[in-house]
Design a protein around this ligand. Structure first.
Ligand SMILES: CC(C)[C@H](C(=O)O)[C@@H](O)C(=O)O
Ligand code: SF4
Length: 438
């Protein structure tokens, strides 16, 4: 019987022959990522007590994103601890306020196909988009990894999700994931790996692939992987990365479940409060007239270059509705710079957007952009649990950046086609989303 992508990486990383789902193996970690919230402030003291150093500082990536820039003295202290840890441990891949922890390792070319990647953050599955076996661990496990360079995993079964057809105009990877989460449920892939395949996936840009892997955790998945193709290789080559060992599932690999989705039937979707699986079409909600106070374009899943570009397609020549705040927190400084160079920042500013510092921001109720009681926000982020954006009495709807932008203009949850016309946004957004020129 053939093997799945994650089975093969687990085999390589553990050195165990014939790794099967359900087996517990010890793997050597290729990259361990921590951030300001889960990293040094939680494990630094214990490492000091044990008198232990990081096993290999070159394999550690440390990011500040959750608490930067600091809002109060507690956060400032956490940032100081993080900075000092990086220095004391000789961690060169320390990125302070340069972007969100799931974006920076990809855009820096640290994470490569075939790698065993471990991150101390639930959305660490994001790195699966380059063909790595990327999993999330808690701080205690990360402490063990920091000291030994190893961790244990129970090798997951794999669900294959095939997206046939092509994304229609205006639909994005976020809509693909909302459709899938709605179909499978928030626990639909608990402790299983999801392998995404099919024509719609193969054509996705790197930015859009990241959304599939990122939001796999909203299915409860252990990992969300995509076999790397030329789009990924080109992305890596642009970063000078040409050496890696890409891994592919065998043709006769054993999948625990097959899910087939039709991309061409996809319409812009929105997750209603208070769960990503609570999905309806943007059009249905538009007909209901759900008024919004805030529109938020941010987070690891929804503020990459492609996301800002999609928002700009909708917002060009339009303005945010009176009484609505449109907040934009780019996913990284690099994204921000690219958006400046492409004129996207000007477009968004002219439409009435307010820019926030790069980082996690209001996504998890930490930075600027927290909601008041009774307020409604539509957001390009990945979670809308009660209180997620800082107030348990607020409501958060999730949509693609195109849907968020359209809603900001309308003043209520809206389908991008209604606001900008299918053709106006369609071709360009769809081409961007597909990652290839038409
Ligand atoms: C704060 C951090 C531990 C958390 C996570 O692990 O996911 C956050 O990034 C989130 O998105 O909820
Ligand atoms: S942007 Fe949001 S989802 Fe992503 S790592 Fe930060 S808090 Fe978590």
């Amino acid at each position: 019987m053939g093997k799945t992508l994650v089975q093969k990486i687990a085999e390589r990383a553990s050195g165990v022959k014939d790794v099967q789902p359900g087996m517990i193996v010890t793997v050597n970690v290729d990259i361990a990522m921590m951030h300001d919230s889960t990293g040094p402030r939680r494990i630094g003291k214990t490492m000091e007590k044990l008198g232990r150093k990081v096993w290999n500082p070159d394999k550690v990536v440390l990011i500040t994103d959750h608490f930067t820039p600091a809002n109060d003295s507690v956060e400032a202290e956490i940032l100081r601890i993080t900075r000092e840890f990086a220095k004391a441990q000789g961690i060169k891949r320390f990125h302070e306020a340069e972007g969100i922890c799931h974006i920076v390792p990809v855009e820096m070319g640290y994470v490569r196909p075939g790698m065993m990647y471990v991150g101390a953050d639930s959305h660490s599955t994001t790195a699966g988009a380059v063909g790595a076996f990327a999993i999330a661990v808690g701080s205690t496990d990360m402490l063990g990894i920091m000291v030994t360079g190893q961790t244990w995993i129970k090798v997951p079964e794999t669900i294959r999700v095939t997206w046939k057809g092509n994304l229609p105009k205006g639909a994005m990877a976020k809509d693909m994931m909302l459709a899938l989460i709605s179909k499978m449920g928030g626990d639909g892939a608990t402790y299983q790996a999801v392998e995404y395949t099919g024509t719609a996936v193969e054509r996705l840009s790197m930015d859009e692939r990241l959304v599939l892997s990122n939001m796999s955790i909203e299915l409860g998945a252990k990992a969300g992987v995509i076999a790397p193709n030329q789009i990924v290789f080109d992305y890596l080559a642009e970063r000078g990365v040409t050496e890696f060992d890409a891994v592919y599932a065998d043709g006769d690999a054993n999948y625990i479940r097959e899910v087939v989705m039709d991309a061409s039937a996809l319409r812009p979707l929105v997750a209603k409060p208070h769960a990503p699986e609570n999905v309806d079409t943007a059009k249905n909600l538009e007909d209901e007239g759900v008024r919004i106070h805030q529109a938020y374009i941010g987070a690891c899943t929804g503020a990459k270059f492609t996301d800002l570009e999609a928002a700009a397609q909708v917002l060009r020549g339009r303005h945010v509705a009176p009484g609505v705040r449109l907040l934009v927190a780019p996913a990284s400084v690099r994204v921000f710079r690219q958006a400046v160079e492409a004129g996207i920042v000007t477009t968004l500013l002219e439409a009435g957007a307010q820019f926030l510092p790069t980082g996690c921001g209001a996504c998890a109720g930490l930075g600027h952009g927290i909601l008041a009681a009774g307020e409604v926000c539509i957001s390009s982020t990945n979670r809308n649990f009660p209180g997620r954006m800082g107030n348990r009495q607020s409501s958060v709807y999730l949509g693609s950046p195109a849907t968020v932008a359209a809603s900001a203009v309308a003043g209520y949850v809206a389908d991008p086609a209604t606001v900008a016309g299918t053709d106006a946004i369609g071709t360009e957004v769809a081409a961007v989303a597909r990652g290839v020129a038409e």
